[in-house]
Ligand binder design. Structure first.
Ligand SMILES: NC(=O)c1ccc[n+]([C@@H]2O[C@H](COP(=O)([O-])OP(=O)(O)OC[C@H]3O[C@@H](n4cnc5c(N)ncnc54)[C@H](O)[C@@H]3O)[C@@H](O)[C@H]2O)c1
Ligand SMILES: [Zn+2]
Length: 671
């Protein structure tokens, strides 16, 4: 490319990249995927390398992130928070290693010790501890100045307000990544769709959008988590290496990713990278690569920094989980609050090992923005086990027969009027007796996180509706054995089990019952707050908006939704009938804001400090839950001696593993 052409292309790329940086960092609303962004960025880096005289000081390749939002107070970082240089191939990793050795004057045969860490896809923040107490928490911002988000960071349960350390350093600045676990991300988007709000593009945007809210109640409602990975300025303590630093952070009660590993040389890095590539899909959070850091801090200092990134670290990115396929059809489906969501049926395609045949199109606004039509060839992307999304349409593949699916004039299930509510992106069926809404609300009521009627899933609920045996959730409690025996292929034993499951649900915790009712804007977390605050369904039903608003995390929209729900005569009647049928939610006597609220523990191996039932009590007293088996939902595994498969499973899933002492420390810790 000649100089003039290069100059024009560089200017074009700079403008385009700046626009995407703004959408991504400042508005948390990217329009293209990271992979597409990285392509633009790499092209710019390449051109600037070929034409160094054309590099401007304000080029995006010389800068970090985006300007802080001025709705927040600003925080100047004592030491700038830089970005990382990216690597994409094995060759890039070898090149990085060779460069490190060259700068340090080492021979090619000498090996460097590196620390490899999963690259969390979240938001970089800095926590400042003064004499052991959390004083300030901020975002990275443009690297020099970030936003003061202390109030929001304090709602992240795993961030200790005090370090667990007898003699804390005068100053500890620690950097880490705030992230939203995948399951919470998925639930949040489902909720947002039901509430008529635009979904988040990925867990990173969800985490960033939650932390950068003026109202800390919003962050508090989202189960954000953090892994710490780097020091800022430290006074009164010293670390010789990244390994020592991370070990100390763990001891002081700061979460550190248990998958972090110290390795030797390029070979060690490559094998960690391959392992993470394989495990990526089983982790409960999204990672977009691996960060490789020179372990020794003195070597780090020797290597130094460039304007945008340190010379002693590199981010090795994973290939995007994308594939190209065809949208065979787009079907509108009705959710339990009446929201109609367009879903794409895809020609099945494999995306890094998983066959995908459906993608969510979220809502009509999104569909129009991306101009998605039936028959289109599209790029889809999958994150973790979240429902894949359509990234973009390959318009050059259009034949002319593709067609747009308009907003249905009537509900596809009940024919009622469909309304687009102003200020909402959602389209809703307004039918009061819409069978789809009834079906979805019963499925929700019986589901595992709600009343947990084991075995009573979608299939059976559809049959119950088809046979006219239920019309709403209260009817579930009037079902008899004969009713179930009307099903195709139903045996005595199965009918018995289903009846038992329904019976058992009569004694669920109040919070589950409240969540099961499907009140708009009331998710599991809010349901727990309400259960603790009101203690019975009667009290909750009588609560005024003012009383509801006096609960710290409840805002006007949620309060109004609750009073509206209980003012509805039909809803009151349904609850009355359930109570008459013997539904008697139990009241949790969990400590309000207990240390382990919302956390799930699994105890395994031979315990010596306490019995299993004592452990369970301790967890429950602090608002946590003790489970029997390890899953993605497990937050901590407490392992005694000779712990076996559960411990292996925990390691595999990246669940934090504690010793008995570690657990007791956490229990007694001052956080
Ligand atoms: N889609 C878009 O429009 C768009 C726009 C701008 C940027 N981006 C994406 O953002 C990336 C650039 O963002 P960036 O400047 O945050 O750089 P980066 O994400 O490539 O790397 C730096 C960041 O990695 C994070 N990180 C996660 N785990 C870490 C660990 N263990 N140790 C150290 N750091 C860790 C930190 O937040 C750090 O700031 C690009 O790769 C691009 O994909 C996308
Ligand atoms: Zn309908």
């Amino acid at each position: 490319m000649d100089r003039n052409a290069a100059e024009r292309r560089i200017a074009q790329l700079c403008a385009e990249i700046r626009r995407h940086d703004h959408l991504y960092y400042v508005l948390d609303r990217p329009e293209i995927t990271d992979a597409e962004f990285d392509l633009l960025y790499r092209e710019l880096v390449q051109l600037e390398q070929e034409h160094p005289e054309l590099v401007t000081p304000d080029s995006p390749t010389r800068r970090v992130g985006g300007a802080p939002l001025d709705k927040f107070e600003q925080v100047t970082h004592r030491i700038p928070m830089l970005s990382l240089e990216n690597a994409f191939t094995d060759g890039d990793i070898a090149e990085f290693d060779a460069r490190v050795k060259r700068v340090l004057g080492l021979s090619a045969t000498e090996e460097i010790a590196y620390v490899c860490e999963p690259k969390m896809d979240g938001l970089a923040v800095e926590l400042v501890y003064e004499n052991g107490s959390l004083a300030v928490g901020s975002t990275r911002g443009d690297g020099f100045v970030g936003e003061n988000v202390t109030q929001n960071l304090k709602t992240v349960k795993s961030i200790p307000l005090r370090l667990e350390c007898a003699h804390p350093p005068a100053l500890l600045e620690v950097r880490g990544e705030v992230y939203l676990p995948l399951e919470a991300f998925q639930r949040l988007n489902v909720q947002r769709e039901e509430d008529g709000e635009p979904p988040f593009a990925n867990p990173r945007n969800a985490a960033a959008g939650s932390i950068r809210q003026l109202d800390p109640r919003i962050a508090a409602r989202r189960p954000l988590a953090i892994f710490c990975y780097a020091p800022g300025e430290v006074r009164g303590a010293a670390f010789a290496s990244q390994t020592e630093f991370l070990d100390t952070m763990r001891q002081w009660g700061l979460p550190v990713n248990p998958l972090v590993r110290r390795v030797t040389g390029v070979e060690g890095v490559l094998s960690f990278y391959r392992e993470m590539t394989d495990r990526r899909d089983t982790l409960p959070y999204e990672i977009d690569g691996v960060v490789v850091k020179v372990d020794s801090f003195s070597l780090q200092r020797e290597l130094g920094e460039k304007s945008r990134s340190p010379r002693w670290a590199v981010a090795v990115k994973f290939p995007p989980r994308q594939a190209v396929t065809v949208i065979e059809d787009i079907v509108p489906s009705v959710g339990r609050t009446g929201v109609i969501t367009p879903t794409a049926n895809l020609r099945p395609v494999e995306v890094s090992g998983v066959t995908v045949s459906r993608a969510t199109l979220h809502n009509w606004e999104e569909m129009e923005r991306k101009d998605i039509r039936i028959g289109d060839t599209v790029v889809i992307e999958r994150a973790g086990d979240v429902i894949p999304a359509v990234v973009r349409v390959l318009t050059e593949k259009r034949a002319g027969s593709e067609r747009f699916l308009p907003i249905p004039a009537a509900c596809p299930e009940c024919g009622s009027e469909v309304v687009k509510i102003p200020d909402e992106v959602a389209v809703r069926c307004m039918g009061l007796s819409c069978p789809a809404q009834i079906r979805e609300s019963i499925i929700h009521f019986a589901s595992r996180n709600a009343m947990d009627m084991e075995g009573l899933g979608e299939k059976y609920i559809e049959q119950l509706l088809r046979l006219g045996l239920v019309g709403n959730v209260a009817d579930l409690y009037t079902l008899t054995r004969d009713d179930f025996m009307k099903f195709d292929r139903m045996g005595d034993k199965l009918a018995e089990n289903l009846l038992n499951a329904i019976e058992a649900s009569k004694r669920r915790e109040l919070s589950r019952f409240i969540f099961a009712l499907g009140i708009r804007h009331v998710g599991e977390h809010t349901a727990r707050l309400l259960a603790t605050a009101f203690g019975s369904i009667d009290n909750l039903a009588r609560a005024t908006e003012a009383e509801l608003l006096s609960i710290r995390e409840i805002g006007p929209q949620v309060a109004r939704s609750i009073t509206t729900f209980f003012h509805n005569e039909g809803n009151r009647e349904t609850i009355r009938r359930m109570v008459e049928a013997g539904v008697e939610p139990t009241v949790e006597e969990k400590k309000v804001g207990g240390r382990f609220t919302g956390k799930t523990f699994v105890f395994t191996g031979a315990l010596t400090r306490f019995s299993r039932s004592e452990a369970q009590k301790m967890v429950e007293n602090e608002g946590g839950h003790a489970a029997g088996s390890v899953s993605k939902k497990t937050d901590y595994v407490v392992a005694g001696a000779e712990a076996g498969s559960k411990l292996d499973k925990a390691r595999q899933l990246g669940v934090t593993v504690l010793t008995e002492d570690g657990f007791l420390q956490m229990l007694e810790g001052e956080q």
